[in-house]
Design a protein around this ligand. Sequence first.
Ligand SMILES: O=C(CO)COP(=O)(O)O
Length: 248
Amino acid sequence: MTQHKSYIVGNWKMNGTQADIAILKAIADAAGSDSAVDVGICPPSTLIAAFAQAAGGIGIGAQDCHAKASGAHTGCLSATMIKEAGASFSIVGHSERRADQGESDADVAAKAGALHEAGMGAILCVGETLEERDSGNAIAIVTGQLAASLPASTSGDWLSVAYEPVWAIGTGRVPVADDIAAMHAALRATLTDRLGAAGAGVRILYGGSVNPGNAVEILAIPDVGGALVGGASLKAETFLPIIQAAPR
Ligand SMILES: O=C(CO)COP(=O)(O)O
C-alpha cells in the first residue's frame, strides 16, 4: 500500500453561517501549516466562497455536486460552479443524501465522474445500515456499493473513499477496530481490483462518531488513511485534537 499523509476532513452538513468563519480561522491558524496532515472542511455551499478566502492551508470542499455541467436542475450546483466558488473537492454519496435525496450508486458514480472531469477531488462515501451489519453481510454490501459507485476511470489520485457505517453517524457508536480494519482491507481490494496500481494510492477515511477521545485509536487502525468528521468538526476545540491525533 502506498503510504500517504493522513487526511482529516470536517463535514459541516447543514450547519454554519458567516459568523462561523471565525471557527475556520481558528482551525487554519492552528493546523493550516501542519505539513504532516492534509486538512479539509466542507461547509454548506453558501459559505464555500468565504471559507476559501479565509482557508489558509485548509482545503475547502463541497458536500455534493450535480452530475451535469449545466441545465434545468433547480437548486443544484455543478462541479465547475463549486470549483469557481473555491472548492477543490466535494463529498459525494453521503448516506444522508443517499437516504434523503434517494441517490443511487449510479448517481454517485456520475457525480464523482463530473468532479474528476472538472479537475477536482472527490470523497466517495459508502457504508452499511445497522440492519445490513446485523445480517452479517456488511463487507459484501459495502464493497458492492463502492464498486457500483466508482466512475470509469484509470487514475486514483483525485479520489478518496470514506467508510461511514450509517449506524455510527451521530450516534456515539463506533465499530470495533477489527471490523473497521476488515472493511478497509476489503475496500482496498475492491479499489486495486478496479483501478490497478492506482487503487493502492487512494486514501480510505473512516467516518462516524469520530471525536477527540477515540481519534488516536481509530487513526492507528491499518489502512485508515484519515477521518471524515461531522459533529466534532464544528468547533476548533474538538476538531484540532482529531487533526493532532493523525499519525505522522
Ligand atoms: O457523517 C459523518 C461525516 O460525514 C459523521 O458524522 P458524525 O461525526 O457527527 O458522526
